[in-house]
Design a protein around this ligand. Structure first.
Ligand code: BMA
Length: 365
């Protein structure tokens, strides 16, 4: 469906004013209203990670002079994704580029440009392990979160250097509205802030410390906050680490399809069944807590199923009031690591068909 997201229509504005899904102190941005309006209309925005920075076998090199019009998604559908995700992993170190070698200058430019074009921006943060010096996936110690919190040995490093650098970057976006999704997939145990690596209270404190620093200490009000555990867990486990109604705006879930030895047919069925199970309880919680919901990360790596979009993903999500669905990145340097179809790939016609569905929203150039 061809829609521009540039205007906040009257309905959206009313919903926003009514505080319909808003955390009381949170964002002074119309983004919540825009998302709510799409949900009210039964529409789902399509999102793609790192869409303007690189794609399957290409990468923006001279980002400062590049007009950033290239996009794998646009090459297939004629439209940009409505939502674009970027990752801030490495900003805490003062690095020039993020963990996937994307220059932070390019991320800033792409995010601001996408918002100017009428799109919506979301940031994740695969930050390093401050105790071991390893990456976000270093789960060799279960003392990291505890040490980052007040009273811990890493607290001042975390507050005065790591969060400060994050805050500086977010401030440099000059008010561009952003869905910020830190401490994601916390119901699994593959990141140092995961389930077996900290207590529920420690996790909540970590989330709140981050929120308080950015929102209150730094006064950064252009963020909507998203909580996004991974699938494969019970409703109780999903909510066990809920950071609080006052600081979170969106309830997300990350859920991927993994093809097993029985092929993509059965794996698609398993994927859809699990996704529906999770979205069902997330919908219940979102209603109860007055929040929006989203499918914050999803995908089938390498898209071996030629009809994945209309045959698997769409039927699984279409009946849920999700604001957006975001598929993961198309790596330029790993030919099999992609989650959106690219021009010439056999799955492209189905991706185009998905983009033309009435209730799926892309961004017209
Ligand atoms: C993962 C993979 C990694 C990447 C990370 C952060 O899912 O795509 O290659 O470094 O996300 O973007």
């Amino acid at each position: 469906m061809k829609v521009t997201l540039k205007l906040i229509d009257f309905l959206a504005f009313c919903l926003f004013l009514a505080g319909c899904a808003s955390a009381p102190d949170a964002p002074e941005v119309g983004l919540l209203g825009i998302l709510s309006a799409h949900v009210e209309k039964g529409e789902i925005l399509y999102g793609h990670q790192d869409d303007l920075s690189y794609g399957h076998t290409w990468k923006v090199e001279d980002w400062a002079s590049d007009s950033l019009t290239r996009s794998d998604v646009k090459a297939v559908t004629g439209m940009y994704p409505a939502v674009m995700g970027f990752d801030l992993g490495g900003i805490e170190m003062g690095d020039k580029a993020n963990l996937d070698s994307v220059d932070f200058g390019l991320i800033r430019k792409a995010a601001m440009l996408h918002a100017e074009r009428g799109g919506i921006v979301t940031f994740s943060w695969h930050l390093r392990n401050p105790l071991t010096g390893g990456d976000a996936w270093d789960v060799s110690s279960d003392q990291v979160v505890k040490n980052v919190l007040e009273g811990g040995e890493l607290h001042s490093l975390f507050m005065d250097t790591w969060l400060k650098r994050l805050g500086d970057f977010l401030e440099s976006l000059e008010g561009t509205p952003v869905i910020f999704r830190p401490w994601h997939e916390n119901s699994g145990s593959w990141f140092w802030w995961g389930k077996d690596l900290c207590t529920a209270q420690e996790y909540k404190d970590l989330f709140r410390t981050t929120w308080t620093y950015l929102t209150e200490t730094r006064g950064i009000k252009n963020l909507l906050w998203c909580y996004s555990p991974n699938s494969g867990v019970s409703a109780d486990v999903y909510m066990d680490r809920w950071p609080g109604d006052d600081i979170v705006d969106l309830m997300g879930v990350d859920h991927y399809e993994n093809v097993g030895p029985d092929g993509f047919g059965p794996s698609g069925e398993r994927f859809a069944a699990e996704l529906k199970r999770c979205l069902t309880f997330v919908e219940g919680f979102a209603k109860e807590h007055g929040k929006l919901m989203c499918l914050s990360e999803t995908g089938l790596e390498g898209l071996p199923d030629p009809a994945w979009w209309t045959g698997v993903l769409y039927p699984a999500i279409k009946d849920f009031p999700i604001a957006y669905v975001l598929t993961w990145r198309n790596a330029w340097d790993r030919p099999g690591h992609f989650y959106a179809a690219w021009d010439g790939f056999e799955n492209a016609p189905d991706f185009r068909a998905f983009s033309e569905l009435d209730d799926i929203v892309f961004l017209k150039p």
